[in-house]
Design a protein around this ligand. Structure first.
Ligand code: C5P
Length: 232
């Protein structure tokens, strides 16, 4: 049997684009915080051993879970950026997670992760020396804007993908890549970008568009709609 993986869930963002006093990961959908939906989506896969949730220091909204779906839920404090929070999570993982073990990193704000996508990512990514990410091909036509707001040109969208999460990398390699990016002052916006800087070429695994990031109130309504379709 293959080893089970741990997941790191950065949830230390304040959700400033969303507005309102409650960080977006704690907004309720079908009576549960978004974060609970996200953690349940990860933990329902038999290959996931536990989750490290990275929360803001003095997070008054954290519900204090220490287990969900019969698996351990542990926490640590995050940093000023998503990358700093992920790094803190990797460093705080239990010792049972070895340097070469794969670790999933998944945004707290993506509660609608399809089980089949997670299964495929784990299968494909663990067979690769580097790892893999879920991603969706770009379907719209892309425009490059000029300073005046006019269109400078149309960018070819062939071979362009939108990076989603989870992203799957080896604990030690990802830690090193994030440390190196931080030391170089490079703001990496996902884990793959940190790995790419090291010369690695993570695999793209096509994932469902419905694994979207909740950023605006309309996204929350969309997630509630997806939940009602699941139940129906
Ligand atoms: O802000 P954005 O939607 O890009 O955040 C993506 C994820 O990273 C969210 O789950 C958010 O809570 C997390 N994050 C974090 N620490 C930060 C900023 C964002 O854990 N400093």
């Amino acid at each position: 049997m293959t080893t089970r993986v741990w997941a790191v869930v950065p949830a230390a963002g304040r959700g400033t684009r969303f507005g309102g006093p409650v960080p977006k990961q704690y907004l309720l959908a079908a009576g549960e915080p978004l974060l609970a939906h996200t953690l349940e989506a990860l933990l329902s896969h038999p290959g996931v051993a536990g989750v490290m949730v990275v929360i803001a220091e003095n997070d008054a909204d954290w519900p204090g879970w220490n287990a969900l779906a019969g698996k351990p839920v542990v926490t640590c404090s995050g940093g000023d950026t998503r990358a700093a929070s992920v790094l803190a999570g990797l460093q705080a993982l239990p010792e049972s997670v070895r340097a070469d073990d794969f670790v999933l990193v998944h945004d707290a704000a993506r509660p609608n992760l399809p089980p089949g996508d997670l299964a495929r990512l784990l299968e494909v990514g663990r067979a690769d020396p580097v790892g893999a990410i879920l991603a969706a091909p770009v379907r719209d036509t892309l425009k490059r804007a000029g300073d005046d707001g006019g269109i400078d040109r149309t960018e070819p969208r062939e071979r362009l993908w939108r990076a989603l999460t989870p992203q799957l990398f080896r604990r030690h390699q990802l830690t090193r890549a994030l440390l190196d990016a931080a030391a170089a002052g490079v703001a990496v916006t996902d884990e793959a970008m940190a790995m790419e800087r090291q010369g690695a070429r993570p695999l793209l695994v096509e994932g469902d568009e419905r694994n979207f990031k909740v950023t605006t109130p309309a996204d929350l309504a969309r997630f509630e709609f997806e939940l009602s379709r699941r139940d129906g």
